[in-house]
Design a protein around this ligand. Sequence first.
Ligand code: PLP
Ligand code: ZN
Length: 388
Amino acid sequence: MNFLTHLECSRCGKEFDIDKVWNLCPECEKPLFARYDLKAVSRAVNPEIIFKRMPNLWRYSELLPVRSAKNRLSLGEGFTPLFKATNLGKILNFDNLFIKDESLNPTSSFKARGLGVAVSRARELGITALSIPSAGNAAGAMSAYAAKAKIPAFVFMPRDVPKPFIVECQLLGAQVTLVDGLISDAGKFAKKELIKHNRFDMSTLKEPYRLEGKKTMGYEIAEQLGWELPDVIIYPTGGGTGLIGMWKAFDEMEKLGWISNKRPRMVCVQSKGCAPIVRAFRNGSEFAQPWDNAQTIADGLRVPAAVGDFLILQALRESNGIAIDVCDKEILKSVEIIGHAEGLFLSPEAAAPLTAFQQLQESGWINDKDKVLLFATGGGLKYTHLWS
Ligand SMILES: Cc1ncc(COP(=O)(O)O)c(C=O)c1O
Ligand SMILES: [Zn+2]
């Protein structure tokens, strides 16, 4: 059975044929969302059935876009630990603190979810070459799944990307191009070569299926917390695909009757050196202006302009959430605090939610009754240059 029905533009609502290859909405150049026959899904599957399945993201396959099981690529992505951070909680004098540890995904970050699903769907659609601009983690993840799918992979990263990312992609068989500037410059460079070489653009939210992989974080949180959501989710935001994906998952789960209408307050964390979403949130803007001279040690947060900016801002506002900027020095301190307290060596992006938590606890925005989830999006082993 397959439940995927169509693609729908997140801005203008126009619908598109699911069996054709799409990037952004051709009408308004905004992201497309995959839509499912949720009534049929709720007749076919329920939390009790899902409970018995393998511990990876394909346990939610009725809500994923890959039609045929033979096209599902798996390296063990998803179903990562969600645990109560008791040691950290003691340090912070806060009882209800939880961590979702995404560093245990293939290639050590949550990017494996989006790319595992998107490369699987690309294979299903007969795509023959994949192109991606990346700050590092997405490129590694795409290279891994492309290798498994035997599809040629072309990755474009800023020239200053840490060496482990370059080596990782190369050893996974991808062709690596280093580009002067930021991820946005890498994106422009990659785009020029797309048509010439007949490559498909896997930039986040510029194809519809990475979002579907990332949304499984929302399903997992609910399942791991007994089909209840926390009060607050703190998420390090670059392109914001995970935050937008979780927000979509919550909607789907409510329609399926798996959760109530209670939603977490969503918190977007960015670095003070690149905080376009924080600025737009504070200004009350619908869209974010591009950030000039973006600089931060948290490479994944060095995204000066996000195509899904309005979707991130919408989720923050609908959830009564907030956007917070934190400084790099504090982020590095958070890496150490989490390492010492919980035995997790995280990347700077992944530690940033702790810094935001401390600010929000101090300001009283988070109170003692809140159940708070920090999203630890990736591991720290590829960032040891920060500690030399
Ligand atoms: C470890 C890590 N966390 C967070 C992010 C930001 O993710 P998103 O672009 O989905 O907001 C990235 C992006 O590269 C990342 O690598
Ligand atoms: Zn549109």
